[in-house]
Ligand binder design. Structure first.
Ligand code: PLP
Length: 483
């Protein structure tokens, strides 16, 4: 205890809980229903059930299904429900994971190890990603030492272009990826066409249904135009589907599914040759609480198809209102044609980052998305059930903010007067060292790692920088944020 930081004496329960509650007050105010990202909060009765089920399994350990057979039963039931929803037959197998990222890492690991066995001549394996594929695939490549090959998508529809995906295939390709839908614009890739390409070239094909898996089947039942995206499409070999998103389970709930157990073999890890107990894992984690699994199982059983149908009906109505409302405001537009409750809103001649700042002053939390080679910068809405009653007020406030910004003279921070800043930052990044970030902080008005209330300048700066420089800054920032 070098610095006397570790507590010497116990703190009372009241004090501890009081501190925790007070600290939460500074977080995004999701209880208001005014946060359009990050939170997937169900109704109060579901929340109460989740709390109980989670706590019941808090101490159980998913490390060993033979010691905790009830967790095996729960996991198998969750997997069977997920496979059923995604039109998988009894051959389809899967596992419960902590989230979309873990499911994707496991899908990519499966492809890597499948290729190692079946195509041992491949020394530099590549996976082909439409530009809209989630960053988790890049993370998987980063962790597993694979090469991501990014393919441009259609600049109007934001969907993968099958011809370009096929053109990107080389003798090193081990996996194709499609999204149902992609997070950024909420559009589904042409899964049937991509699957046909995968079959033709004898490649594995992963469909990322992290956000769509618990939504699109119900939207389809309700008559919405949902293209085929699941195991009913021959050639789809694996799918990821998050239940902690539009399944409204507690966080830490996703499923990775494979077309059959022969494929799933490559997901597993075993090591019995060290000094301790034999390890055999289906997922990345070893020791893990049973809380998320029990809560997920309970949520699926409780909400059930009729409940999800109802949620999808309401959130689709809210989404439709947002699409119509945004389209009516001069200068704003929706990117692509979202198939579900996720919408990207862009602005012409206005800073979306200032819109996000102005809306924040009115209590709304909207998520900015930076410009990429595929799309201009925009604001993302994920519409969940508690947002729906607030959609009309949000649109009124949005129109007010846009009018206010239009009335201001200095429309875009980087275009009007701050271009010198961008040049200065680019210059500093040329020879970046440990001092660079401290200087950058000063330039953008940050103190002691604290972000300013108004994020427009920082967002505009990041937006204008090349991706490599952005990533450098983001990592530096994170590295300083945590002690
Ligand atoms: C399409 C898609 N895939 C993967 C992920 C990653 O999921 P997670 O944040 O649960 O790791 C997300 C997250 O939003 C997503 O939208």
């Amino acid at each position: 205890m070098k610095n006397n930081i570790f507590p010497k004496k116990s703190t009372t329960k009241e004090q501890i809980l009081g501190t925790l509650k007070a600290m939460k007050a500074k977080d995004a105010p999701w209880q208001t229903g005014k946060v359009f990202a990050y939170i997937y909060k169900p109704s109060e009765d579901v929340t109460a059930l989740i709390n109980e089920a989670y706590t019941l399994y808090l101490s159980e350990n998913g490390l060993d299904p033979t010691a905790f057979p009830s967790m095996l039963v729960l996991e198998n039931e969750v997997v069977r429900m997920a496979a059923d929803l995604l039109n998988g037959n009894e051959q389809v197998v899967g596992n419960f994971t902590t989230g979309g990222t873990e499911s994707i890492i496991l899908a990519v690991k499966t492809a890597r190890d499948y290729a190692r066995q079946h195509f041992p001549h491949i020394k530099s394996p590549e996976i082909i990603l439409p530009h809209t594929a989630h960053a988790a695939f890049y993370k998987a490549c980063h962790y597993l030492d694979l090469r991501p090959i990014t393919v441009p998508v259609d600049k109007n529809t934001f969907q993968a272009i099958p011809e370009l995906m096929e053109k990107a295939i080389t003798p090193n390709t081990i996996l194709l990826v499609g999204s149902a839908p992609s997070y950024a614009q909420g559009v589904v890739d042409p899964i049937e066409d991509l699957a046909a390409i995968a079959l033709k070239h004898k490649l594995l094909f992963h469909v990322d249904a992290c956000v769509g898996g618990m939504f699109l089947p119900f939207a389809k039942n309700l008559g919405y135009n949902v293209p085929k995206f699941d195991f009913s499409v021959e050639g789809v070999t694996s799918m990821s589907m998050d239940i902690h998103k539009f399944g409204y389970a507690a966080k830490g709930a996703s499923v990775i599914l494979h077309r059959n157990a022969d494929l799933r073999k490559f997901q597993l890890f075993a090591h019995s040759g060290w000094a301790g107990y034999s390890i055999v894992n289906t997922t990345v984690l070893s020791t893990k609480t049973g809380g998320p699994l029990a809560a997920c199982w309970a949520t699926l059983k409780y909400i059930a198809a009729e409940g999800y149908q109802n949620i999808v009906t309401q959130t689709m109505e809210g989404t439709q209102k947002i699409i119509e409302g945004v389209t009516k405001i001069e200068g704003l537009k929706v990117l692509g044609k979202p198939v579900m409750n996720m919408v990207a809103m862009a602005a012409d001649g206005l800073s979306v980052f200032r819109i996000a700042d102005e809306m924040k002053k009115l209590g709304w939390f909207l998520q900015p998305q930076l410009a990429t080679e595929t799309s201009q910068e925009n604001i993302h809405f994920s519409v969940i059930l508690p947002n729906v009653p607030h959609v009309d007020t949000m649109l009124v406030d949005l129109e007010r903010c846009v009018s206010k910004i239009k009335a201001d003279a200095d429309e875009n921070m980087l275009e009007d007067g701050n271009n010198g800043l961008l040049t200065a930052v680019m210059g500093m990044l040329q020879n970046a060292d440990s001092q660079t970030f401290a200087q950058l902080e000063q330039l953008v008005g940050m103190e002691n790692g604290q972000l300013p209330e108004n994020m427009e300048l920082i967002n505009s700066l990041l937006n204008a920088l090349p991706v490599a420089e952005r990533d450098f800054i983001l990592k530096e920032f994170m590295n300083r944020l945590y002690c």
